[in-house]
Each structure stands twice: as C-alpha cells, then as structure tokens.
Design a protein around this ligand. Structure first.
Ligand SMILES: Nc1ncnc2c1ncn2[C@@H]1O[C@H](COP(=O)(O)OP(=O)(O)OP(=O)(O)O)[C@@H](O)[C@H]1O
Length: 283
C-alpha cells in the first residue's frame, strides 16, 4: 500500500473548556521516522491517545491503513497495525521479560481486527474457552503454538538486547531495560507503525546513544513507520527526518530538524535561545 499507514486529518479534542489538540494533521508512511515535540502540556500524549483510540476525537478523522478508526477501541486499532509505548512504563511487572512479550505475541493472533460488535464478543469468548481447554489438555497443537510464541518473543528480546533478562521479572529490570522491554512488547503485536512516548526518559547518555541506533534499526529491519515523542533534542534531531511541533494543542511548525530548530516560534515556545547558542547559532 502506498498511502499513509497512519493519518490524522483535522483532528481536535476538547476537555471541557480546554482544547488539548486543534486541527492536528499527520501522515506516517512505511519507513518514516518522525518526531513530535513541544513543551509540557502541549498535547503530545493527547495526540498519541487520540491516534491509538484511548480518546475519541471531537472533530476530524484518524485513519489506520486507510481505514477510519474514530470510535474504535485501542486493541482493535492495534490489530490494524498500530502499537505504542507509554510515557509511564506499563509492563506486567510480576511477569518475566519473556512472558511480557509472549502476551503481546499471543494477543495479536487472537482477535479479528474488523470486529466491533456482539458477534465478535461471542467468537472471542468461544475462542477463549477453546484456548483454555487446549491449554489444560496440553494438546500437541497448543504445545507447537507455545513453542512458536516463545521463539518469536525470544527473537524480539534479542533484537532489543534483552536476552540475558529473559527469565527476570519486569519489575526487577533497570529502568532503561524496562523501556526497551516495552518496545519489545509493542513489537510483539507485529505493528506497521510504532508510536514511542518518551522512550529515552530516565536513560543515561550511553543508553540514549544506543537507543538512537536501535530505533533506526527497528525502522529498517521491521519496515516500520515510527513516531517519537521525546524531550531529548539530541535524540529527536539526530534520528527524525521530520518533526512536528505542538504548543497549546496547535501545530506551530513542521519540517526537517534544521528547519524546526531555527524556527523563531519553536525557539520562543520550546527550545529557548540557549538551545540555539549551545548548537553554535543557526544550523
Ligand atoms: N483526560 C484529560 N482530561 C482533561 N485534561 C486533559 C486530559 N488529558 C490531557 N489533558 C490536558 O491536555 C493538555 C495536554 O496534555 P498532554 O499530556 O497531551 O501534554 P504533553 O505535551 O504530552 O505534555 P508532557 O510533555 O508534559 O507529557 C494538558 O493541559 C493536560 O492537562
């Protein structure tokens, strides 16, 4: 498909009197690596929440793989190929690293993406019951499926440099590794587009540098479109080809890193003159 994998067209969302996002437009194609930046409260996470179905837009349209998904539930949108990580890590803390990823791999195989309705709920319940029965009886089919899921999950842990943590509970992993495990879990749902919400938050300089290489590699190896929210300008400017800047829910700039970092509105609202000076003046 040559059209955008993810598209927002004139999307707005209002919370009471607050317009958290106004006329937001975005298109992510296969192979894109884009950034979404702006000061605290600008509407970045709200944009992710609208794109992934956590919030329904007050106006406008969200399309995933060409399909209008306004009003769809997050797991239904996920099945169309959109996965995300969260600003506040949301792992299954008491499960091992491997099981965290296996859960995601298993979820991907278990639901009809077009399903919005009672028929699907019934089929879902039936399939849960069948899975439960197969698991209880340890049927050969179930065991083969388990092996397959384990292999998929192990591969993803390896990609994310986490094989050595395979059997450790997620809560015991260092913070930077928990963030990488969240990405592995998102990849377990076999997305076409990956949204990363502050993936470098809490990481040290070394981990951030490694993450930059890794994000590019994920885009290339998995043929993904990626959208990153990040406050670390070195990371965003270093890896993104296009950056959208939000302020008070409005898109104030969009373009290549060099354009955005020299944009007066962006400097005033977010970067500050000190950023420009630290970069040695205009790029
Ligand atoms: N569910 C909600 N109900 C009411 N207001 C909300 C809700 N979600 C977000 N907001 C408000 O919308 C605005 C945008 O918030 P958002 O979390 O999207 O900002 P952000 O750019 O992600 O900020 P940060 O960089 O601090 O994470 C804020 O004023 C926030 O308080």
């Amino acid at each position: 498909m040559s059209g955008p994998l993810l598209e927002a067209v004139g999307v707005s969302i209002q919370f009471g009197g607050l317009k958290a996002l106004s006329d937001f437009n975005l298109a992510i194609h296969k192979g894109d690596l884009q950034g979404l930046i702006g000061p605290n409260g600008a509407g970045k996470t709200t944009a992710f929440n609208v794109l992934t179905g956590v919030y329904r837009p007050t106006q406008g349209e969200v399309r995933v793989a060409g399909q209008r998904v306004n009003g769809w539930l997050p797991h239904q949108i996920n099945h169309l190929g959109l996965a995300r990580t969260f600003q506040n890590i949301r792992l299954f803390r008491a499960l091992t690293a491997l099981d965290n990823v296996k859960v995601a791999c298993r979820a991907q195989g278990s639901l009809n993406p077009e399903g919005v309705g009672l028929g699907v709920k019934f089929r879902g319940a039936l399939s849960n019951y069948r899975d439960w029965w197969r698991a209880l009886m340890l049927t050969p089919g179930f065991q083969a499926e388990e092996r397959d899921l384990t292999e998929q999950a192990e591969r993803l842990l390896e990609v994310m440099g986490l094989s050595h943590r395979r059997n450790e509970e997620a809560r015991n992993l260092p913070y930077g590794e928990q963030r990488r495990l969240e990405i592995a879990r998102a990849l377990g749902t076999r997305p076409k587009v990956l949204l990363l919400d502050e993936p470098a938050a809490g990481m040290n300089t070394r981990e951030k540098a490694d993450l930059m290489v890794l994000i590019r590699k994920l885009r290339d190896d998995f043929n993904l479109g990626i959208l990153v929210i990040e406050h670390d300008m070195k990371l965003v400017m270093g890896i993104c080809e296009k950056i959208t800047v939000l302020d008070h829910g409005e898109t104030i700039a969009r373009g290549a890193p060099a354009e955005v970092r020299n944009d007066r509105k962006v400097i005033e609202a977010y970067l500050g003159d000190s950023y420009l000076e630290s970069q040695g003046g205009a790029a």
